[in-house]
Design a protein around this ligand. Sequence first.
Ligand code: MG
Length: 214
Amino acid sequence: MPLLLLDLDNTLLDRDGPFRAWGERFLDSIGAPPTDIDWLLSVDADGLTDRWDVADAIRDRYGLRIPSIDLVEELHDGVVGFTRLDPLVACALRIADDAGWVPVVVTNGTSRQQDAKIRRTGLDRYVADWVISEEAGVSKPNPRIFALAAQRARMPLRGAWVIGDSPEADIGGATAVGLPSVWLHRGRRWSDTRFAPTRTVDGLIAAVAAVLAG
Ligand SMILES: [Mg+2]
């Protein structure tokens, strides 16, 4: 029974769509031009920017008097509220499970937001467990977070596969720990010369199929 280590944002759950949907509603609520969504997306950087920095950037740009803490909460809850589990992703996880794989989520981010996304979308019913960098005290690509996931599932790390969309965090992490990986390209070309994914696919369903095929 091998482990299947899965990234969360833009791998198991779409993050682009929910962030954009929240952002458009938020900009409208403060009377900002709709075209500012491109600025907001670049500040967010796929969620990699610290939420407090995103909140400060928004406050500065629009001269808002909203306290940062309220804006950070709005950033958390707003995006979670727009996040949905694709039924086909749920189906792919079921198939992997039936084939003897044990799916465990390994994600960077804050416990509060990632935990809420996993539970409120119902993804928790399709994975054995999840490890979030904030509570783990270590982030991808550090190999220790993958070791922690194996420990949590009480399974060996050997034989596991890693699936994710981040070249550095997911594929770099898999390489560092010595595991094969599947990269979700999301329309990008692979450019890192230090390491490369074992397989490259266009989505989670194809990624699971690639792992099952070996
Ligand atoms: Mg990701």
